[in-house]
Design a protein around this ligand. Structure first.
Ligand code: WTA
Length: 644
């Protein structure tokens, strides 16, 4: 039997009936367990049952300006408050705190790129850089609560500017540099950013992509932006005379600024950042995270799941424009005083051995990446992995979509050499931190994210919120609050309540389908809503449809996910064209260019098909379910509400 609730991808790659028969179990090595902070997974899960006590203990790892009075305020659900009345500053804890320790001159950020350039920034240097920029922000009139946006490549200035915001209480809102004009304008205008940081470009597959050109075009439609700060990153020459009145070079901006800036004592619940992500409707969701709880959640999960010690070299390949980069390329590692490696470039340029060469060169110990990248690189077998010494690796991790057992096994054998366990971490932009994941001392099954993290109560339920029996599919929900949960959708409390909390009363509805096997292990199947996962990136079908419809040739559009062996899913579009248009090669090219312009390269178009009608409900909603079923050659199911 096939699973029909899913949206395409797992029908081909991830038939969970087969997966639940996965009997291979991989136990951790003695060395892994001996080193681990958590030597016994089960005991830790037991401790987490008293979740308030558990998180309160974890919060004590930080330096607080003022201790909290209450761990959790549940009086106004789902608007939870954590560490009530505490005062804390993230940058102080991620940077200043290490200056009086032997980490002072240790590398905090190790930046490298596809051209082999390298920059190493110690904690002390980072402290100075962050403070200079924080002072410069203040001079620009940025105050606590103001929004600052970044449209930057993976470069040290991106991390520095986020930390500078956190130091003075400004709210950062990073726009992924792979998004294009339409998506950019929508996000910056929703956040009403006062300052924007951008760069002359980013290195990608031997070329320089001109980010400033995209930003110049977009910014014309963003009236809230008073100042644009331009980072000279790639060395593409830009003269001062080319800057407009509201633009200034980064280096000029921080020139002469003092390297000391008092950290703002932030309330635990003061906003830290907004990060936009795709939902079921066209409008992206501004996921809002606050300060203290977020810090506690990301630091604890980084430390326990990736077992961080003083001698680690940490590499998360996730882009900082997404939540993975926020939580695990910057905040988690720096809050633990470890070294974080930031790489700018593609995984297969100049050749598909580039990542493995970096692991060898720097002696990376913990490596966190996405299934799509693994599937892409595994096509080269062991041709490239054999060339490098990967013995420094102790723990591996994956994130962003379900990992198929074949990719898991390839990663385990070829990269981890059967000694580095794989942490398959399930979580979301909204959750801020990992919620379902093994710890290094856990027995692993390829393709399963195993169990909920200590302190997290995850379950699989039916539409009424009743737990389903083991082995049955259902909605993945979280039944208790956790510290790094998002607090709302920016300026849209109603949608926050409707989408996540009201559909199945009393619990957080994640928007994923999943199953649990007889050992209680979770097997995530994929999204239950109209959100696609393309190479691990969230892309809303409605966003793609409105991009199509904004093209003069298109009357109506419907978009579904089509399974793809490397990217997981790509877009399949059904279009009704306006009179006089035919879907010829030229128009297809034009449509692809148009969607790319609106949304950026994240929206990978697989196929476009011209149709005469689209299946709709009587109220006019497109039934994507019907299109998916037809595309996958499945039973269309209940169509009683179908108009035609
Ligand atoms: C999917 C990424 C299976 C899931 C951190 C979720 C996963 C969505 C996994 C969130 C995993 C993430 N196994 N599916 N280990 N991790 N997902 O907000 O569908 O970009 O709802 O956050 O990614 O995507 P987001």
């Amino acid at each position: 039997m096939k699973n029909r609730v899913s949206n395409g991808v797992m029908n081909m790659r991830r038939d969970t009936d087969v997966l639940l028969d996965e009997k291979r179990i991989f136990k951790p090595s003695v060395e892994t367990v001996e080193r681990a902070h958590v030597k016994n997974w089960e005991t830790e899960l037991e401790k987490g049952k008293d979740f308030k006590k558990y998180w309160a203990e974890k919060a004590e790892q930080f330096e607080w300006f003022q201790q909290w009075d209450e761990v959790l305020d549940e009086s106004n659900k789902p608007f939870y408050k954590w560490f009530v009345n505490g005062k804390i500053n993230l940058t102080y804890n991620a940077v200043d705190r290490w200056l009086d320790t032997d980490k002072r001159n240790q590398v905090a950020i190790l930046y490298t790129n596809e051209r082999g350039h390298e920059r190493k920034i110690t904690y002390y240097e980072l402290y100075r850089e962050v403070n200079k920029l924080a002072n410069a922000f203040k001079n620009l009139g940025v105050k606590k609560g103001d929004r600052v946006s970044m449209y930057l490549p993976m470069c040290p200035e991106l991390l520095i500017s986020m930390l500078a915001c956190a130091r003075i209480g400004a709210i950062h809102s990073v726009v992924y540099s792979g998004l294009s004009v339409g998506a950019f304008v929508e996000r910056i205008n929703d956040a009403k950013a006062k300052v924007l940081l951008t760069a002359d470009g980013t290195f990608r597959r031997g070329k320089v992509i001109d980010l400033k050109k995209i930003s110049d075009e977009a910014i014309l439609q963003c009236p809230s932006v008073e100042t644009v700060v331009v980072v000279k990153h790639t060395g593409t020459p830009i003269e001062i005379s080319e800057l407009s009145g509201r633009e200034i070079f980064y280096e000029r901006l921080i020139e002469g600024e003092p390297a000391e800036c008092e950290p703002e004592p932030m309330d635990s619940e003061d906003p830290l950042f907004i990060l936009y992500t795709s939902g079921s409707t066209g409008k992206p969701k501004g996921v809002l995270h606050t300060t203290a709880g977020y810090m506690v959640g990301v630091a604890t999960t980084t430390k326990y799941i990736f077992d961080i010690h003083n001698d680690d070299l940490w590499w998360c390949t996730g882009d900082i424009g997404w939540i993975t980069g926020h939580s695990y390329a910057i905040y988690g590692p720096l809050l633990l005083g470890t070294t974080t490696l930031i790489y700018e470039g593609a995984p297969d340029y100049p050749d598909p051995g580039v990542w493995w060469s970096i692991i060898e060169k720097y002696g990376v110990t913990k490596f966190y990446t996405a299934p799509t990248a693994i599937r892409h690189l595994m096509r080269f077998g062991s041709k490239y992995t054999r060339l490098y010494n990967l013995s420094s690796l102790r723990i591996l991790g994956t994130v962003g979509e379900p990992i198929n057992p074949e990719a898991w096994m390839w990663f385990y054998k070829n990269i981890g050499k059967e000694k580095a366990p794989i942490m398959d971490t399930w979580w979301q932009t909204e959750t801020g931190m990992h919620l379902i994941s093994p710890l290094p001392s856990a027995p692993l099954k390829p393709g399963s994210a195993t169990m909920a993290f200590p302190g997290i109560d995850a379950d699989i339920v039916d539409e009424d919120g009743k737990s389903v029996p083991l082995g049955k599919g259902g909605y993945l929900v979280i039944k208790n609050p956790w510290p790094s949960m998002f607090r709302t959708l920016y300026k849209d409390e109603q949608r926050f309540q409707d989408v996540y909390w009201d559909q199945i009363p009393g619990v957080y509805k994640a928007g994923d389908m999943a199953r649990k096997d007889e050992d209680g292990y979770f097997w995530i199947q994929g999204r239950s809503d109209d959100v696609l996962k393309i190479a691990g990136h969230r892309v809303g079908t409605a966003e793609v449809e409105s991009a199509f419809v904004s093209h003069p040739a298109v009357a109506e559009a419907a978009v579904i996910g089509k399974a793809d062996p490397v990217k997981g899913q790509v877009i399949k579009a059904f279009l009704i064209l306006k009179e006089g248009y035919q879907l010829k090669t030229k128009l297809i090219e034009d449509l692809k260019k148009h969607v790319r312009y609106e949304l950026g390269p994240v929206a990978v178009l697989g196929e476009i098909e011209q149709v005469e009608t689209l299946p709709k409900t009587r109220s006019g909603k497109i039934m994507r379910r019907v299109l998916r079923a037809r595309e996958n050659g499945e039973d269309v199911g209940d169509t009683s509400t179908l108009e035609e």
